[in-house]
Design a protein around this ligand. Structure first.
Ligand code: ZN
Length: 359
């Protein structure tokens, strides 16, 4: 009997409209000569439509997205109505096995795309993922966290000059959108360049599933699916979202301990006290101030610093007025409000003392 023209073939499995199939993409071989595979659920809607992937743990220690995708996999209360969705809870399986951002050859997989067939181990791995997965998709959402010893307030990063990336970034509804193409060799930059517009989300820290961050991620993925008419319903998006085109890391001026005066997701105005840096006996204080009005996108979770080490990552807003508007926006959106409250408990935030009288 001839195969049904409606069947799609994914990694050795036929997938019919309306069907979900758990499959695996073989990406390399292990030291013990076993296949190394990426587990993937391929889910198809009853109606035709685009193909999208949602992936996590491309850095093997960044697990908030893994938690978000796993909750989507376990949730019976949503239906993919059209198109094909590839759900990939862990992309960098070799890093994940070692609780590591990196591959066993110490390379960063997210700097190796599109990869080469005759290249390094990382480059070959990237090439298989690029050819067998990314090239077959029309859209992509890639979920990340901050790097080790840092945390991020959930934010979308996308090339806003690309109409499809802009559309997905706005539909995701994280509340904060950072413009940029991403580093050379990163999955999102190279996938977008190859015709699969891809956005990333950065939220929370490594080695955890933080429920408030995972909730923001799942809402965002459902929102994008709705925007692309792959799921019924209207995206649930905050009334206004901040678009950031410039960011800056405020760095420690002195070695010692940092007392934070702001939390992830806070809006700040120019000159506001961000942190006080002092020696272990709380002497010799040096206050770090906001260089411009903006949003605390990320910060260190490790309070011990040396001069030049990053303390907070600020996304620039045009004015104190837009900072105040953003504070209101976060308070009015339950998902962001919860993430804001929750992430503030991960670090000690203390009030800044009054500046010394200079007269
Ligand atoms: Zn990452």
């Amino acid at each position: 009997m001839p195969a049904s023209p409606d069947l799609q073939h994914w990694y050795g499995h036929d997938v019919a409209p309306g069907q979900s199939v758990n499959t695996e993409l073989v990406v390399t071989e292990s030291y013990s000569s076993r296949d190394v595979v990426i587990p993937i659920q391929v889910r198809r809607g009853a109606k035709p439509g685009p193909t999208m992937f949602v992936s996590a743990a491309l850095h093997g220690d960044e697990l908030n997205g893994t938690g978000a995708i796993r909750s989507m996999l376990a949730d019976p209360d949503w239906t993919l109505t059209a198109g094909t969705l590839l759900m990939i809870p862990v992309m960098n399986v070799l890093g994940f096995e070692r609780h590591s951002r990196y591959l066993p050859d110490r390379r960063d997989l997210n700097r190796c795309f599109p990869g080469t067939a005759g290249g390094s181990m990382a480059s070959r791995l990237a090439k298989v993922i690029f050819d067998s997965l990314l090239q077959r998709c029309d859209y992509g959402v890639d979920l990340h966290t901050a790097a080790v010893r840092r945390t991020n307030f959930p934010n979308v990063r996308a090339d806003l000059n690309h109409p499809d990336c802009l559309r997905m970034a706005e539909a995701f509804g994280a509340g904060i959108i950072l413009h940029g193409k991403g580093p050379k060799g990163s999955l999102r930059r190279e996938a977008t360049k190859a015709g699969c517009p891809t956005i990333i989300i950065e939220g929370g820290e490594v080695w955890k599933v933080e429920s408030s961050v995972a909730d923001c991620m799942t809402r965002g993925v459902y929102n994008v699916l709705k925007e692309l008419d792959m799921m019924d319903g209207e995206p649930d998006i905050p009334d206004t979202q901040a678009t950031i085109r410039e960011t800056k890391w405020v760095r420690a001026e002195r070695g010692g301990f940092i007392a934070m005066h702001v939390a992830p997701g806070d809006s700040i105005v120019k000159g506001q006290a961000i942190a006080t840096n002092s020696n272990l006996l709380a002497e010799d204080q040096n206050r770090l101030e906001a260089p411009f009005s903006g949003i605390i996108i990320g910060m260190t979770t490790l309070p011990a610093v040396q001069p030049g080490e990053p303390v907070v990552h600020i996304g620039r807003l045009s004015s104190p007025k837009s900072a105040r508007r953003h504070t209101k926006q976060v308070a009015g959106d339950e998902i962001q409000r919860t993430a804001h409250e929750h992430l503030a408990t991960n670090i000690q935030v203390v009030e800044a003392s009054e500046p010394e009288d200079e007269s």
